[in-house]
Design a protein around this ligand. Structure first.
Ligand code: SF4
Length: 357
């Protein structure tokens, strides 16, 4: 390995132990490193991962409560205004279907359920509806974390979700402030930051991440990592663009498995204590290097994504075991001793479409 890169990686690892914010230049150097140095970069990031997360992998499960039909125009999103992507489109799932979907994920080993609805932000009635589902999940599955993801929040909505039993709220920055106008014109980066701060103000655990491969420059990628570091979310999903036909980013393929690993390593150095979650696009872009990514990230989504199909859950569980890692169990007396290891992908569950159609 190049001696300068070796010294840089050592500095980055030791900076994380002092909780120092890494420089933009050092993160850019990680992104610019070559394929010959890839395993050294991953090994350095893995040291940081092990320090804070050991061999644990947290499994999260997405329940798409409302799909498509969003009035916002985020270019990367298959649910955006005017999207012609072939996705499921439906208004709110009824509570029994939402609960059934959550149970499937929990039974398969998920210790976190993410209740997601497309749209700019929830009405008070929407929050009431979601609070009902949250409280039922918490009652039935003590110890399982429930994260809501409903868009931009207004005053008091985070508190209502918290009081219903939600432990976290997701609202991704997705892109840096500088890049944001290129990916969305219907709301601003500052709106997203404000929602993450509202979540933290309500003492909910903040989950906020990014999307890579959507045309951003390395500098913009580093900017969003450092913006996230400044916000200090507890968990950070890293999504890799799934370039849906029918969206403005159709056909865009900027990522390689090696680049994805470098992005994850940079994220690990920038956010050493955050639960880095492999998000949508991991199967498409990391491909056979997914197990290596798990030595940098500490979490993944089981089953299907909101509008894209995921890998079979049994394959994910086998991958985790083969990598020498362990699924994080639900804490407390209600926790299982072992997940059932059965999960359908279920993207269509709760709709008129058969699961996995
Ligand atoms: S990312 Fe969210 S706000 Fe943007 S178009 Fe998609 S569902 Fe709507």
């Amino acid at each position: 390995m190049d001696q300068d890169l070796a010294a840089l990686l050592d500095d980055l690892v030791s900076a994380t132990t002092r909780e120092e914010v890494p420089s933009a230049d050092s993160l850019l150097a990680v992104l610019a490193s070559g394929d010959d140095d890839l395993l050294d970069v991953v090994a350095a990031a893995a040291r940081v991962r092990r320090r804070w997360f050991g061999r644990r992998v947290k499994l999260a499960y997405l329940v798409n409560l409302r799909s498509g039909l969003c009035p916002e125009d985020c270019t990367y999103c298959s649910q955006r205004l005017g999207s012609a992507a072939e996705i499921l489109r439906y208004t709110w799932l009824r509570a029994p279907e939402a609960l059934g979907a959550a149970r499937a994920g929990i039974d398969a080993g998920a210790s976190r359920v993410c209740l997601v609805a497309s749209g700019r932000g929830p009405t008070e009635r929407d929050v009431t509806r979601v609070c009902g589902v949250v409280s039922r999940i918490v009652e039935e599955h003590p110890g399982v974390e429930v994260c809501a993801c409903l868009g931009l929040l207004s005053d008091g909505q985070a508190e209502r979700l918290r009081d219903a039993g939600a432990s976290a709220y997701n609202h991704n920055l997705n892109a840096s402030e500088d890049a944001y106008p290129e990916i969305c014109t219907t709301h601003e980066h500052a709106d997203r930051v404000a929602t993450v701060r509202r979540v933290q103000g309500a003492e909910l655990s903040a989950c906020s991440g990014l999307i890579a491969g959507a045309g951003e420059t390395p500098e913009q990628l580093v900017d969003v990592l450092l913006e996230l570091r400044a916000l200090d979310p507890d968990s950070v999903p890293v999504n890799f663009l799934v370039p849906f036909e029918g969206t403005p980013l159709a056909g865009r393929h900027e990522l390689t498995p090696q680049r994805c690993l470098r992005i994850l390593a940079a994220a690990r150095f920038a956010l050493p204590r955050a639960e880095l979650r492999l998000g949508a696009g991991r199967e498409l872009h990391l491909r056979a290097l997914q197990p290596l990514a798990l030595h940098v990230a500490s979490s993944l989504f089981l089953g299907d994504y909101l509008t894209a199909e995921g890998q079979d859950a049994a394959a994910d569980l086998a991958m985790i075991a083969d990598a020498g890692l362990e699924v994080e169990e639900v804490p407390g007396p209600a926790g299982r001793t072992a997940p059932s290891r059965v999960v359908p992908r279920r993207r269509g569950a709760g709709t008129d479409v058969a699961p996995n159609a």
